[in-house]
Design a protein around this ligand. Sequence first.
Ligand SMILES: C[S@@+](CC[C@H](N)C(=O)[O-])C[C@H]1O[C@@H](n2cnc3c(N)ncnc32)[C@H](O)[C@@H]1O
Length: 374
Amino acid sequence: MIKYLGSKRVLVPVLGTMAAAAGARTAVDLFSGTTRVAQEFKRRGIHTTAADRATYTGVLAGCYIATDARTVDREQLAGILTDLQATTPARGYVTEIFCERARYFQPKNGMRIDAIRQRIEDEHAGTELYPVLLTSLMEAADRVDSTTGIQMAFLKDWAPRSARDLELRMPVLLDGPGASVTGDVMETVDALPAVDLCYVDPPYNQHRYFANYHVWETLVRWDAPEHYGVACKRVDVREDETRSVFNSRRTMPAALADVLSRLRAGTVILSYNDESWITAEDMEGMLRDAGHEEVAVFAFDSKRYVGAQIGIHSPAGKKVGKVSHLRNTEYVFVAGGAATVRQVSAAVDEMTAGQRRRPAPRGAAALGTLSPGP
Ligand SMILES: C[S@@+](CC[C@H](N)C(=O)[O-])C[C@H]1O[C@@H](n2cnc3c(N)ncnc32)[C@H](O)[C@@H]1O
């Protein structure tokens, strides 16, 4: 799984428990990112649709959610990966722009990425395995990158992992059907299927995923874009069409309220954190306004992403960002029919039994505190 800002690694078990307690058989993972939450739902036998706007997330969803492992010939896939791994490295866009001008990867790995990516395009574009092969390459590149997990900057000195040789591995595919929808949620929301449960995990600040993960966007689109600045971001990062209404304090609350009112889901689970622009009370109100009978909110203490812990450095090694605090609170709202919300709350109570409890914020039905572990 790629390193991803806001990825819900530590919340996955509790979200899975909630979905099961809600009795969901169909789900949408909205703002699916790495698809790790959608994967958890799929592992539990829930027919899941993963939706996000980034092209690279569409590839991850194509691999892990839309591909049914039972239809894939593993031997054939292993053979293709071995063959791709043996590709003669060749200097191309990734080497020149992301290794020589910027330093996201060491050139030896950049040349591997260039050569393998071109072969995937030439030999596998349009096939069932295309998203699986691209995912394998993206994850291999992620394991040897030299960043703190976002692509707005790279480390001053090469990260030790970047010295390793790029190695393609077989993505762990899941049995069962699923679906993927790629596009701006403001345009796709009405086309999403009616489901038992929708998990909603929107961005919560001004940091744009399109800019933070421009290298993955370019690797997947394979369009050799013009670039700018030390970080060599795609020029379209500056264009309005790549902006999300969810990255502006001015537009975000109304956009989220609109999406919540248009979703066709009996139960909505929404995660949000205490650095966000909407208070817990307002979020609860928004879910009630969207027509949900009952809303419960749980709070989870979580470690902030690693970039925040070590500070952000410019390519010259100067600290350009300040570490404010290292922990934050992740809120998980559960909204739906009263009986379902009670069932979900009971399941979370059981999961968190014996752990410290805190009083609920005003208006919230329940608040538990869970330390999800490493
Ligand atoms: C907090 S992350 C989701 C992380 C994900 N749940 C995980 O565990 O990996 C937010 C996601 O929202 C997506 N996003 C931002 N604006 C969007 C929009 N307008 N429509 C659809 N997706 C959007 C981003 O691409 C990003 O993947």
